[in-house]
Write a new protein. Sequence first.
Lengths: 244, 386
Amino acid sequence: MLEIKDLTVHYDGAMALNRVSLKVEEGEFVGVVGPNGSGKTTLLRAISGVLMEIEPGKKERPSLSGSIMFNGKGIDKSKAWNITKMGVIHCPERRRPFAEMTTLDNLRMGAYLRKNRSEIKKDLEWVYELFPILKERARQMSQTLSGGEQQMLAIGRALMSKPKLLLIDEPSLGLAPLLKEAVLKVIKEIWRSGVTILLVEQDVAITLASAQRIYILAHGRIATQGTKEELMKSRDVREIYLGL
Amino acid sequence: MVTTYIRRAYSSFVAHVFDIPARLLAFLLFLTLLFIPFAIQNTYYLRILILANVLAIFAVSWDFLVGRTGQISLGHAIFFGIGGYITALLSSSKFFGLPIFLTIPIAILAACIIALALGIPSLRVKGPYLALVTMSFPLILAALLKWYPLNHIFKGEFGIRGLPALVPRLDWMTIGQQRVGEYYVTLILLFAASVILYKIANSKIGLVFVSILDDELASKACGINVTKYKLMGFMISGLFGALAGCIQTHLLRFANPPMFALTLSFLPVIVTFLGGLGTIYGPIVGAYIYYILDSYVLRDWLPRFLKETVGVTLPPEFDFAKLLIFTLIVLILVIKLPRGIAKFTTDKLGDLEEARDLDERGPRIWKTYKKKEKTTSTGSEPTASS
Ligand SMILES: Nc1ncnc2c1ncn2[C@@H]1O[C@H](COP(=O)(O)OP(=O)(O)O)[C@@H](O)[C@H]1O
Ligand SMILES: [Mg+2]
């Protein structure tokens, strides 16, 4: 479904990703773990296209080489909204929802590109089922939600875009351990319902516990990859990268 | 048959206007505006209200751009001036001599295209930087208009004069009747412009603007073509800004370089902050307050008062001090009443309203959906709270 070959990204001359190759098959749950600054966010932004978008205040666009294919089509030159249209949905890091909107309007924004009202409604019910708290907060301004609720809303909003491939950036960031588990449980449920997932995390334990296959990212390079068992077999990997 | 219809219309009017304090106030103000010409016979005063209507249209368009799409423009005069000059060139009997019902739409369309160009910097810079960039545009154009090789077209400082009037004075009309006509034409255009902008601001497009203003990256992740919407914001705003310029040009029957002046770029800022940023109705209130203060108080009452009671005659330089006085008023307002006068009032009335009915508030964008949602959520509430 997603195939990345030799992806290299420079910010202003500084290398953030170095010949990263990575593959996600349809229906898979793939995790990428790496410490702070290893390039996880850059990777997801490159895939979803927001990396190369012009934004006010941004001095220079990063440079990107290599290829990113989604369902056999090169998307590394596509606009972000076009990639979203194809079903690659990015749930950005540390992203609070749109503050000046209610929870419900935030979810509706997720469905911005969709036309079929009855399907949108069905998905809304589904999001409410996954995160019942969002239903209670439906008409509350989202800036008044707690951190955990905001993360749930961010994921809920991504789901409203009807993702084929869902890119999630550090959903556990800043959440209490119990809440982390709860959010991860829901992500697994989303995966079981048929959404392919690429999860990027600093938290090794929860990634190992949920993803089928894991890439280890260090200093912008893929150090190694494999299933949990394969990775745990090697003492070096355990000690150097996983800290277990 | 007819009576039931009237009765139903009346009860819906009571429910939608009379029962909501803020709307009742707006309705009363609207009625006042509608009947003012009957109360004011003085054509000079009526003229001032007409200009207030034009400024209100202009300020509402600025408020839409800045308050609703979050793109700060301090060069809004460019739309005003471009609208004015294009309709002037096209309608002037020395050039094309086209009728104004053709030239005004053409001028507005042209301004939309200019707005597209003006919007491009907003893709790169924002906040104060965008404000500075936009500020320079009208100044450049004003310089171009005064450039002497082009004097045979634009007539430099003198401007293009002798243009057709917005409301032509027919044989049987007195000046007073012409003014009343102008008043109603501008009032209708103001009403139309603000209703359209208000509707856009509270539609799905308005929601998209809110999302871009809040978080561009997340908006892109939702699949929003941010570039398109930003330019669209400029175009919509430019359209109504140019409309204001066109109207004023044909009211005063000339277009001259001061239409691009800094003062005209700052006036919408002042009146919008007077009324309330991002409200659409605020700038209308602000424009009226501005003109009442400017013309009745500062120009009429104050000099007369000073002359009669203190015996001081104000020098002509006093005109300069006026902008200073307004800047001071805005400064005090921004600190003491940051929401603006109109917004402050409606918020106070809204609090009354809220005390009575907590449920029906919030943007009405997904109205139909919320109605259904409400019926289901009330059903599950006991379980949620237990
Ligand atoms: N906008 C940017 N401009 C310049 N350098 C950046 C930018 N964003 C990230 N970087 C750099 O790229 C590297 C990778 O960052 P990032 O992808 O955010 O890592 P992670 O998400 O794994 O913490 C870091 O060294 C960071 O300093
Ligand atoms: Mg990151």
